[in-house]
Design a protein around this ligand. Structure first.
Ligand code: SAM
Ligand code: SF4
Length: 327
């Protein structure tokens, strides 16, 4: 079991398959990023992903989520999903859903039933402004496809004040008749994403807006939930708030991350990284490196962003861009 110095047990690994993407979400991809995509040789190969994943599983990991960048644009994604699905883990995926229709039969075949989809607007014009691409209709159709085929679907909406926050009630309305879980995520700062605290629509503001429109109840959260869960009375689906900026949930965090170039991060906001891929390539035992990386995990938010968020600037944060970490 992977335990840190605060006695948190880590059994959940998120593996980024690529830092490339078919969307350009403004809050995720730094404006200067297209020139800095990773070269193929510095990325983990399919064999390397499988070998590293197996070591984590032997160390107690029971859930693996594939992410990115956009995981479904990775050329060998079919092979990766097929191989990882044979491990004794719950396999899940986070995607922008643009390519889901190409892969849905594979998901069913290998038993991948849990898919998180990012969707920041129900209006095609706002979608285009935020993602810089025209894939709105495809994404909406693919979310419906996932629901029709019985997948467990969570919709992730990054809430930006005065951009998409007025759409929160409309997103909740989607849970009326569908087994859908909508999650509102506070906007987080990463290298190059131009974050400003004034753009954060806080958990408190979200709840206050929801109260104006619905009668709802608080649901019980599971032990390692990063979200606080709610349900509107009589609605089939649920909604949740991920309040990383104003009310972080680090005490119960069980997550570890592997970037597509094989660096391990013990927190989304960690400054340090453990170079698992180089160690693997030079024939070293990666187990102690993983264990040490877990042990060094800071109490909260990677030891960064400790003060009031109104005093925070992305210039002070040592990290990668979100797209190159793997959300
Ligand atoms: N491409 C896939 C997708 O969009 O779902 C997977 C990768 S994406 C980096 C994973 C999640 O991170 C998405 O739900 C996205 O909305 C979220 N995300 C990206 N940048 C963020 C930011 N600055 N603040 C909060 N969430 C962010
Ligand atoms: Fe791509 Fe996902 Fe980042 Fe949007 S949030 S740019 S879809 S990786």
């Amino acid at each position: 079991m992977l335990v840190d110095s605060y006695n948190r047990k880590h059994d959940y690994l998120r593996i980024s398959l690529t830092d490339k993407c078919n969307l350009r979400c403004l809050y995720c991809m730094p404006l200067d990023l297209p020139e800095s995509f990773l070269a193929n040789r510095s990325m983990m190969s399919v064999d390397e992903i499988e070998s590293i994943a197996k070591v984590f599983v032997d160390l107690g990991v029971s859930k693996i989520r594939l992410t990115g960048g956009e995981p479904l644009v990775r050329k060998e994604v079919r092979e990766i999903i097929s191989r990882l699905s044979k491990l004794p883990v719950q396999l899940a995926l986070t995607t922008n859903a643009v390519l889901v229709d190409d892969f849905i039969d594979l998901f069913v075949e290998v038993g991948l039933r849990s898919v998180n989809v990012s969707l920041d607007s129900l209006d095609s014009a706002t979608f285009k402004i935020l993602s810089q691409r025209e894939h709105f209709n495809k994404v909406i159709a693919n979310i419906q496809l996932l629901l029709d085929r019985g997948f467990h679907v969570k919709l992730n909406m990054v809430v930006l004040k005065d951009v998409n926050h007025p759409e929160i009630p409309a997103f909740i309305e989607m849970t009326k008749n569908a087994h859908l879980h909508v999650r509102f995520i506070e906007f987080m700062p990463f290298t190059g994403n131009g974050w400003d605290h004034q753009q954060v629509f806080s958990s408190e503001e979200i709840l206050s807006l929801v109260k104006d429109h619905f009668d709802f109840e608080k649901l019980n959260d599971r032990p390692n939930d990063t979200a606080r869960n709610f349900r509107v009375n009589d609605y089939v689906g649920t909604f949740a708030i991920i309040s990383t900026m104003t009310d972080p949930f680090c005490d119960t965090c069980n997550r570890l991350r592997l970037t597509s170039d094989g660096k391990m991060k013990n927190c989304l906001f960690s400054k340090g990284e453990a170079d698992i891929l180089s160690a693997l390539r030079s024939g070293e035992d990666i187990v102690p490196i993983i264990q040490q990386c877990v042990w060094q995990k800071k109490a909260a938010r990677g030891g960064q962003m400790t003060g009031d968020i109104s005093t925070l600037s992305t210039d002070e944060i040592e990290n990668r861009s979100m797209i190159s970490i793997g959300g």
